[in-house]
Design a protein around this ligand. Sequence first.
Ligand SMILES: [Zn+2]
Length: 189
Amino acid sequence: MKEAETDRTDGAVGDRYRPAALSENDREKLVKQYAEQAKKEERATVRLLDQALEAVVSDLGDESLANLIDVAWIPASRLDEVDPPWGGQSRSREQGSWAGIAYLGGRRSLLIEVPASYLESYREQLPFLLAQSIQDAVIEEVREARPACPLHGHPLNPVATPSGSFWECPQGAATWSCAIGSYHQALSN
Ligand SMILES: [Zn+2]
């Protein structure tokens, strides 16, 4: 089912060194353009990332926060163009890794780095990785524990196990846990 991985070293415009002279507006346009392109050309990967994100976001949010977070997924090889690293140093990028540029309440607020191994061998742990990247920013934005432990009210910890991704009470899985993506359902059981 996996689409062929294409090695996009076409050597044309995209990979040429660009001086960091782009305005923020231009960079935002590039983010959009690359994300659209990725959606078309690497549909399976972007879908995988979006599904994992949806599981995490549905647990972090409630109805009032339907549009809380928006993420543009791009191959990490494009990252230096749209998010120039401090000091002008190029970051080393593992082939096949991805980056999510996340907007909270419409503002670009964080970068989610997804190593290739999560897309190749650890897909069940992908929600954990995303939860770990996003949770603190969401808590800061809404100023309350998300998702809240039903027993104690503190935020649950994202945890990865060989069988998947879970939210756990900081006191341990035996105290309270549920699969990431099933929080609201677990509460009503
Ligand atoms: Zn707890």
